[in-house]
Design a protein around this ligand. Sequence first.
Ligand SMILES: Cc1ncc(C[n+]2csc(CCOP(=O)(O)OP(=O)(O)O)c2C)c(N)n1
Ligand SMILES: [Mg+2]
Length: 374
Amino acid sequence: MPLTKIADFKIERLEILGADGRCDEALVPVISKEKMLEIYRMLVLIRVFDEKAFKLQRQGRLGTYPQILGQEATQIVPPMCLEKKDWLIPTYRGQGSYFARGMPLVNSLLYWGGDDRGAKLPDGQNDMIFAIPVGSHLTHAVGVAMAAQYRKDSAVALTYLGDGASSKGDFYEAMNFAGVYKAPVIFFVENNQWAISVSRKTQTSAQTIAQKAIGCGLSGIQVDGNDVFAVYRAVQEAIARARRGDGASVIEAETYRLGDHTTADDSSRYRSKEEIDLWKDRDPIARFRVFLTAQNVLTEDADLEVRRAAEEKVRSAIDEYESVPEPNPLSMFELIYGEPTWNILEQRAEFERYWASGSSRRETLASAGEGRFP
Ligand SMILES: Cc1ncc(C[n+]2csc(CCOP(=O)(O)OP(=O)(O)O)c2C)c(N)n1
Ligand SMILES: [Mg+2]
């Protein structure tokens, strides 16, 4: 009895918009000109935000920050396919996806500046703040989707994970449960080729990450993640399936982390400049811009205006961030339990003694670029 060959577990790959801006007309999703411009404005906004946030960290005005440079299409297109009632459960590298859902820019600056008030989502927004332990939110996303299913409100849950997180047990458990209960959830794998210093090749011997869906009875597809149209089309189809009650999907979007893992990393120690240059040529924004210009949806003047408006928005978010009074550090002892336990009370007393001992340590840390607060 011959064993099934690995190659027989085949997953489709979707590419619509080429690096030269040309596209497969038959596959282009139906998107109004206005919506295309809205997508373009959001792409530019998060790139400008990312550039400025990186510089703020280098100037000691922001704490450790995870860049999203190069991943703009995978960050913003999936949330832009959601309806208000749906749920977004992203990862720590998710500021772009939160912004696309309407989170103010200042929230992300506050968060990465060490102020947990940045983690407060706008009222009425059905999204969840991210979890730092990699992959631990995936089972929560399935729970959220099952709750929507139970309430029959036809909402879906869109959750993100990285190539690294796709090796975690949480992912398999979440997929398995979602498969059995046909939970309306979309697992969006932002495969940026690296999990800190672990390459995609070292991560798994599976040909694609999307094919992991097969083992759990889910639908799966791999897409070019720097192709706005391919991401849009795959996510829309997965959402429609989930809303119809046909169950969960895995979308693996291949993209690239052009920056370091975070501002605390130095990726030149584990990857080559040639590799980075190769991916710079596949820039998702440049590719979409070529298309919009060729279709006369975007003129050169309008493009300059998009950039100017983005810079203005980011500048005003930075002003707001830097004018917010520093948070009360004692709040870290208040947000864990309703009634503090004895050891929390002990730690609080110890911290109060240290805090009262003067500001010299605070100043030292700030000047070392560790952020605004110790
Ligand atoms: C459970 C757990 N283990 C390890 C870490 C440390 N860690 C933070 S990010 C990361 C890599 C994640 O890579 P990937 O899932 O590909 O996401 P990316 O950072 O590339 O967006 C690791 C190992 C963590 N935060 N949580
Ligand atoms: Mg990764």
